[in-house]
Ligand binder design. Structure first.
Ligand code: AMP
Ligand code: ZN
Length: 117
């Protein structure tokens, strides 16, 4: 964990986050500035900076995220209608928070241009 990382602080419940789902590996909480009716950030409970830092050593955390999406869909009631998952990586990818996170978007028919401006 990184003590200056905002998502690590949410995971450790040092600052309030609207957590909708968590297990030993994954934490999912509502995005502060939603761009869709359902906008949840899904993060590993380990400070991995970006997709560029995924390795055999931390792969278990990333793999568990793949399983969490379906649980989050169930919890938010969008399994049937569907959802979109986006991961921004690095400068050109538009990544602002340097803790790996996946945007889980749902609740309306998403257009082709849903990523942040
Ligand atoms: P990205 O541009 O992919 O790094 O996305 C970062 C996301 O984190 C943005 O959608 C922000 O709205 C969101 N965000 C930043 N701080 C918080 C926070 N404290 N709680 C929830 N979401 C946050
Ligand atoms: Zn972190």
């Amino acid at each position: 964990m990184d003590e200056n990382c905002i998502f690590c602080k949410i995971i450790k419940k040092e600052i309030p986050g609207s957590i909708v789902y968590e297990n030993d590996y994954v934490c999912a909480f509502k995005d502060l500035h939603p761009v869709a009716p359902v906008h949840i950030l899904v993060v590993p409970k380990k400070h991995i900076v970006s997709l560029e830092d995924v390795s055999e050593e931390n792969l278990e955390y990333v793999a568990k995220i793949q399983l969490a999406f379906r649980e989050i869909a169930k919890i938010t009631g969008v399994s049937q209608n569907g959802y979109r998952v986006i991961c921004n990586c690095g400068e050109d990818g538009g990544q602002e928070v340097k803790h790996l996170h996946y945007h889980f978007l749902a609740g309306k028919k998403l257009g082709a241009k849903i990523v942040h401006d």
